[in-house]
Design a protein around this ligand. Structure first.
Ligand code: F0G
Length: 444
């Protein structure tokens, strides 16, 4: 049962089929190029797209817009300290701003940075600062029973240190939940192991905490040691092992914009503050309005309330169940923020080079005005990885009827499965890592 009711609503509109086809064509078969008003159900991301609470909106009116020493910043600081256990924070306009601030300080040319799996902006910021990102996930596949498929493999980090020298690994990152691994959670036990490895190789242990509350909920549900603990307590526990956190407020701070770095070490704090001033803004606003700081301060506290987080993660599971009932192959169990569909299994006739995930993404829009995102050969060219389509649920925004519509749209695509053809890229930007945001395609 939803643990909230609607107080402000936004009408949404399903363009008719002809319009949807014309929209797809003019978007170059890339749903990033669609106008949002032409999208009926938008599952592109859970980032900044959720619904804020009445308390958040009320707090925004209190926003202190002072350039320096803003009261709103103090409220954010208190909230981060209470909810996440970090006193020293540097605000940033969003998660990638925070990544640039922290990784710019930690990483030098030629360094290696292991992570359970790098999210794409993390990877890009490590590369941009001269580092080499290395994924060290545990080896699991969709069929395995493992409860924490997002875990880091500490032995892969040790092996990397043996190969490249521990002195060339300034930081070890663990991303919770593991967005690039189908939003799967990481256990507290694994976080403790990561802490140990970081100590062995003398690396700064960073947690990418974007979805720390969702991760804490999974820990409560699946890790015996924590079955009686509150999500709020688990959230503090899982983050307590980190030397630093990078946070996108657009996820588990339930806000439309914002982010921050949290650190413990005084000299790292000084260095991140200076870099923050250079790239983000003065240390008490970080590229944000005071009202945005307020929204995060309240949102963080809401994110770890039991009624909110249970509803949130269970809604994602509900979408997963509906899709499975409709015969759609998904990565199971579902993660915290999204359902990941296996496009190669759903559209076996379309070869990888013709982007089965992108075809499925386009067809979902054609059939139901639903916008998901491809995470396969189109987004990550040449990488040997599963061809997934991510259906991300914005927080507190959609209802069961919407989920049913999504599953029905898949059923309609399945009916036309044999008629579908692949796509080819006809225009792309210079930086291959960012191709999927703006490239254009055409049916082959
Ligand atoms: N780290 C992770 C794990 C993320 O998922 C994201 C964003 C970021 C960092 C960067 O944060 O967007 O505020 O700059 N993920 C979004 C997504 C964009 O759709 O998964 P940001």
């Amino acid at each position: 049962m939803r643990a909230y009711r609607a107080k402000v609503v936004e009408p949404i509109h399903l363009p008719d089929r002809d319009e949807r086809e014309a929209n797809l064509e003019s978007a170059g078969y890339n749903v990033f190029n669609l106008d949002a008003e032409d999208v009926f159900i938008d599952l592109l991301t859970d980032s900044g797209t959720g619904t804020m609470s009445d308390e958040q909106w009320a707090a925004m009116m209190r926003g202190d817009e002072a350039y320096a020493g803003s009261d709103s910043f103090k409220r954010l600081q208190e909230s981060v300290d209470d909810v996440m256990g970090f006193e020293k924070i540097v605000p940033a306009h969003q998660g990638r701003g925070a990544e640039n601030v922290l990784y710019g300080v930690l990483i030098s040319e030629g360094d290696y940075v292991p992570n359970n799996t790098h999210f794409d902006t993390t990877r890009a910021h490590i590369v941009n600062n001269g580092g080499k990102p290395v994924d060290c996930p545990i080896d699991v596949d969709a069929e395995d029973e493992e409860s924490f498929k997002g875990n880091l493999d500490p032995d892969k980090v040790r092996e990397l240190a043996d190969n490249v020298g521990a002195e060339n690994i300034p930081a070890l990152v663990v991303t919770i939940t593991n967005n690039s691994m189908a939003g799967q959670p990481v256990s507290v036990e694994n976080i403790r192991e990561a802490r140990d490895v970081a100590d062995e190789i003398d690396a700064t242990f960073v947690i990418d905490a974007c979805r720390f509350a969702e991760n804490a909920y999974f820990v409560q549900q699946r890790e015996d040691e924590f079955s009686d603990a509150s999500v709020a307590d688990i959230a503090r526990e899982e983050l307590s092992y980190a030397d630093a956190i990078v946070m996108s407020g657009k996820k588990d701070a339930l806000s439309n914009i914002g982010g921050f770095v949290g650190v413990r070490d005084e000299s790292l704090f000084e260095a991140t503050k200076q870099r923050g001033i250079l790239y983000e803004g003065f240390t008490t606003y970080g590229g944000l309005a005071g009202r945005d700081l307020e929204a995060m301060a309240v949102g963080l506290r809401e994110a770890v309330t039991e009624s909110y987080i249970e509803d949130r993660v269970e809604q994602v599971a509900e979408l997963g169940d509906l899709l499975q009932e409709a015969g759609v192959p998904i990565f199971a169990p579902t993660g915290g923020h999204a359902v990941y569909v296996d496009a190669e299994e759903f559209l076996p006739e379309i070869p990888r080079e013709e982007f089965p995930g992108q075809v499925l993404t386009c067809e979902l829009y054609r059939e139901g005005g639903v916008r998901g995102v491809e995470l396969g050969e189109f987004a990550f060219p040449g990488e040997d990885r599963p061809q997934l389509v991510r259906l991300c649920l914005p927080r507190r925004s959609y209802f069961r009827d919407h989920l049913v519509h999504i599953a029905e749209s898949f059923e309609k695509v399945a009916e036309r499965r044999d008629e579908l053809t692949g796509l080819e890229v006809v225009a792309e930007p210079e930086m291959e890592e960012l191709r999927h945001f703006s490239a254009e395609l055409e049916p082959v």
